[in-house]
Design a protein. Structure first.
Length: 202
């Protein structure tokens, strides 16, 4: 039977829930300002599911692989929790502005004349899981993103010592996963020339 030392010898330290970063790449124009290192409070690596195609034979179900989906209900959606803030960090308003570009509340149409899909869909959203000592160890790349919903900001008179947050649900087309555990950043300047030192190779 394995002992405690066997576990210690085979455990590399694990990963931390609070070491992550979300970045947006591409249109719309305000995408670079929509998320930052400080205001995304919670997110999750998206699930990847291959459905089953069952065939009945003599009272038994034989399962064959079906199609790939990214949530149990079959919709390609991903949700993050955002810390509510003011001034230039009012991300709640920025996500609403992005949503209004797609469909205005009063016009029931895109707010910008001649707007194209390329102007309202973010080319790529990266969710980076970072190691305890820095550097990216895993990355999920979500492609073709746009905001499906901007959640409510809950308020309550009895609440004390609490900050507001809200959820944003993003629709996407597909995901690519990367294991970057072997990437070690030895200096703050990314040798690949990326403007973000935590995003080697982009």
């Amino acid at each position: 039977m394995a002992g405690i030392q066997d576990f210690i010898d085979n455990f590399n330290g694990g990963t931390r829930k609070n070491r992550f970063k979300v970045t947006l790449i591409g249109s719309p124009n305000q995408a670079d300002n929509l998320v930052d290192d400080f205001h995304i409070q919670a997110a999750a690596m998206p699930a990847s599911i291959i459905t089953t195609n069952p065939i009945d034979y003599q009272g038994r179900k034989i399962l064959y692989p079906g199609d790939r989906i990214y949530s149990a209900d079959g919709f390609n959606v991903w949700t993050m929790t955002v810390l509510d803030d003011t001034g230039s960090n009012n991300l709640w308003q920025k996500f609403h502005d992005w949503s209004n570009q797609i469909n205005g509340h009063d016009t029931n149409a895109g707010d910008t004349v001649g707007i194209t899909d390329a102007q309202i869909i973010v080319e790529q959203l990266n969710l980076n899981q970072e190691g305890a000592n820095g550097g990216v160890i895993k990355r999920a790349k979500l492609f073709g993103c746009w905001p499906q919903s901007v959640g409510p900001i809950e308020m309550e008179m009895q609440a004390r010592d609490q900050y507001n947050s809200f959820d944003v649900t993003i629709c996407f087309k597909y995901v690519k996963y990367e294991d970057l555990d072997s990437v070690v950043l030895t200096n703050p300047t990314d040798p690949s020339g990326s403007s973000d030192p935590t995003l080697p190779g982009l």
